[in-house]
Design a protein around this ligand. Structure first.
Ligand SMILES: *[C@@H]1O[C@H](CO)[C@@H](O)[C@H](O)[C@H]1NC(C)=O
Length: 203
């Protein structure tokens, strides 16, 4: 297969390589030390609060981001510092629930850890993978006097996938968020994104 590479240089250290070919593009951040593949048609959103953020152009609540601990204050040696994968999964879930905390009346969240596992990637490093489902129910008439009028309906049903890795004494997390229904349709592609996440040694 033919492929082309473009290297864009931002300042002295950050090299952003984008390899085209196939349905994925590779995003490499040599400054912060990570890389992954993402679906070619996804678009980058700036100022979304993460180190990097891409989203599907059509499905607005399908996106991916990378976050990491600060270089100066974190001292991670291995991803096992988080405990076993199950323990890490609880932390990930808690983090999501905190972020999606709602102050609206009549909102209820139902969450499940679907899987928590570890793998050694082709770079020889250990990664954790966590999958979580969160459902949000809301009632459209919370102030109704009669309980039977306060019916809670499913508002959204989403899959959250995280890959965690440690390098440069920092903890890195790739997060994928998508509606459960879209996940079913695009599972192979989304798993490819998850599998591609690597943490890389910086200078
Ligand atoms: C990313 O997707 C999640 C849900 O899947 C959504 O809550 C969030 O607002 C999206 N983020 C952005 C910046 O679009």
């Amino acid at each position: 297969m033919l492929s082309t590479s473009t290297i864009l240089l931002f300042g002295p250290q950050l090299a952003l390589a984008e390899t085209t070919g196939g349905t994925f593009r590779e995003y490499i951040d040599t400054f912060d030390g990570y890389s992954f593949l993402y679906p070619k048609n996804w678009i980058q959103v700036r100022g979304a609060g993460a180190d990097i953020f891409f989203r599907d152009p059509f499905v607005l609540d399908e996106n991916l981001s990378v976050e990491m601990s600060s270089p100066s204050s974190s001292k991670y040696v291995t991803v096992e510092d988080l405990g076993p994968p199950e323990k890490a999964a609880e932390k990930v879930l808690k983090q999501y629930l905190t972020e999606f905390m709602s102050t609206r009346l009549g909102v209820r969240r139902e969450s499940n850890v679907l899987s928590a596992s570890s793998k050694v990637a082709d770079d020889g490093k250990l990664y954790y993978e966590v999958e979580v489902n969160i459902k949000s129910y809301a009632s459209n008439n919370e102030l109704a006097v009669m309980p039977q009028d306060r019916v809670q309906k499913l508002e959204w049903d989403r899959r959250y996938l995280s890959v965690l890795g440690v390098e440069n004494k920092r903890l890195y997390e790739l997060r994928l968020q998508t509606p459960e229904q879209v996940f079913m349709e695009e599972e192979n592609d989304l798993r490819r994104v998850m599998d591609s996440f690597r943490v890389v040694k910086t200078e």
